[in-house]
Every structure is written in structure tokens, then in C-alpha cells.
Design a binder for this molecule. Structure first.
Ligand code: AMP
Length: 285
């Protein structure tokens, strides 16, 4: 495994792999790695001889009142986990740049993401997807890669990145990978470690509410408002939980859905204590 900290070093290592005819995959992360991240790395290793795993807590995607300062930074153990995953046919390059590497003094160029970024998370976290789109495009241009792997956990992020790649003609394939969950259903997240044991005990309700919604649809319910109301009811029955949003949306455009026909994404965000949790599922009729 190779650990690099500068853009020049990353370019050099990736260019050497390309010259050797190797396919390059990338898994962008903010570190504090868990099984969710590792599943993306494994997925990349199936297809790509070299996987670049970026570990960068990207300041431009955090709002002024968000958790940038307290976001967990565990580079040493992250690197250790990744070292254990490497094999001769599936090498790993870890790219862990400093903020100054990514955003040198005076940095002022940003990607303005498209319509998929303007609803849900985008409405509640102004500037978030502008930061995401900017850092993702920078990473794509630094590494000259073939495929990038993202988690469905951040459903809207994948939609925003897909739209950017399509509309800016970025020659990178985007692959979305399934959500990895704890045994009780809570989607794995670096932010779960913020939860007190009491809040952690309540957190599986997110997934439970999505499962109830899926069952309603399977039983024939097609009215988005009915399903949304039921998810709200289940979530708000938990003391101390505050719903940020529950939405039924078109899986690509994220436009709100009234009546369910074909595929629908159900997305939700809640606050438990001071921690914001998100989850989602896609239902296909
Ligand atoms: P993050 O470090 O939170 O920015 O996440 C890096 C990548 O890992 C993103 O593409 C996430 O969607 C993905 N990811 C995070 N948690 C999970 C999970 N529980 N299952 C699958 N992918 C995940």
C-alpha cells in the first residue's frame, strides 16, 4: 500500500499505474473508516487493479455551524485497515492531503452543482453540495481514474455527482454501492460515534420507518403523502427525535413524487440529540 499526501505524488503514482495499463478506481472518503467505506474499496478492487482511497475532511462541504472541527480524524487506524485489504492484484493508494494541498491560499474556484443539489440536503445545508462537487471534481482530475465508487447511503450525493459528470462531460464512470448497516439496521456512518448510548438505542427507528414504508407500498399504497405521514408518525413516536425531512422523490432528479409509479426514492433526515442522521431506500414497483 502506498500513502501519499501531495497532489504531485498522487499524479505520479497514478500515472505509473496507467502506463502499466492498470485500471484505476477511486473511493472518496472523509476517513474514520467503517465497513461501509470498506465495502466500496472491495467493490473497486473487484474491477480495478489500483484503488485510490482519498481521506480528506473537506472543509468546503461543512456549513459554519456544522461539525467540521469535531469530525473524527483517525488516519493511522484508517491506513492500517486499508493495508490489510491490499493484495497483489488489487493495490491501494491512500491519498491523505492537507487542507493547504487541496485549497492553497487564495483558492476561489468552485463547481456550482445542478438541480439535483437544490432540494432536500441542498436546501437544508446551503453550500454543502458546492463543496462536495468541487472536491470530487478536483479528486477526479488529480487521479485520472476510470471508475469512482460512492455509497447509496448518501443518495443525493450520488445524484449530484452523476449529474455533474454527465453535464460537464467528465470521463469517469460512477458506481453506486448498497448501504451497509449495523445488525440492528442503523446505516453505518462516521457520525454514529457522536450518539450517546440512549440515542444509539433509538437510532434504528430510521430504518424501521423505511421498512414500514416499503411494506405499505408492497401492500398497494401509492399515495406519497400517506407513506410520508406514516414515516413521520413512526419517527416522531420516538422521544427526543426531531424530523428534518421525509421525502419521496424521483431517484435521478430528486423531484417530489405524488403518486408512486415505477421507481421511487424515500429519503429522510432526523436529529437525534445534536447528531443529524440520514437514511434512504429505493422502491421499485
Ligand atoms: P464519507 O466518509 O461519509 O464522506 O463517505 C465516503 C463514502 O462512503 C461515500 O460515498 C458514502 O456514501 C460511503 N458510505 C458511507 N457510509 C456508508 C454505508 N453505511 N454504506 C455504504 N456506503 C457508505
Amino acid at each position: 500500500m502506498i500513502l501519499v499526501h501531495t497532489v504531485d505524488d498522487l499524479r505520479e503514482k497514478v500515472a505509473a499505474a496507467r502506463r502499466a495499463g492498470e485500471k484505476i478506481g477511486m473511493v472518496p472518503t472523509m476517513g474514520a473508516l467503517h465497513e461501509g467505506h470498506l465495502s466500496l474499496v472491495r467493490r473497486s478492487q473487484l474491477q480495478c487493479a489500483v484503488t485510490v482511497v482519498s481521506i480528506f475532511v473537506n472543509p468546503t462541504q461543512f456549513g459554519p455551524t456544522e461539525d467540521f472541527a469535531r469530525y473524527p480524524r483517525t488516519l493511522e487506524s484508517d491506513v492500517e485497515m486499508l493495508a490489510g485489504m491490499e493484495n497483489a492484484c488489487a493495490k491501494i493508494i491512500v491519498f491523505a492531503p492537507s487542507v493547504e494541498q487541496m485549497y492553497p491560499a487564495g483558492f476561489s474556484t468552485f463547481v456550482e452543482p445542478g438541480t439535483a443539489a437544490r432540494v432536500l440536503e441542498g436546501e437544508r445545508r446551503p453550500g454543502h453540495f458546492r463543496g462536495v462537487a468541487t472536491v470530487v471534481l478536483k479528486l477526479f482530475l488529480m487521479a485520472e481514474l476510470d471508475i469512482a465508487f460512492f455509497g447509496q447511503k448518501d443518495f443525493q450525493q450520488v445524484a449530484v455527482v452523476r449529474q455533474m459528470v454527465r453535464e460537464l462531460n467528465v470521463p469517469t464512470e460512477i458506481v453506486s454501492c448498497p448501504i451497509i448497516r449495523e445488525p440492528d439496521g442503523l446505516a453505518m456512518s462516521s457520525r454514529n460515534r457522536y450518539l450517546s448510548s440512549e440515542a444509539r438505542g433509538k437510532a434504528p427507528v430510521l430504518y424501521e420507518s423505511l421498512q414500514i414504508a416499503q411494506r405499505l407500498i408492497a401492500a398497494g399504497q401509492r399515495e406519497a403523502t400517506v407513506i410520508r405521514d406514516e414515516i413521520f408518525r413512526v419517527l416522531t413516536s420516538v422521544e427526543g427525535l426531531r424530523v428534518d425531512y421525509v421525502a419521496l422523490a424521483h431517484p435521478e432528479t430528486l423531484a417530489p413524487v405524488g403518486e408512486i409509479v415505477g421507481e421511487v426514492a424515500i429519503l429522510l433526515a432526523v436529529w437525534l440529540e445534536n447528531t443529524r442522521l440520514i437514511d434512504n431506500c429505493v422502491v421499485t414497483l
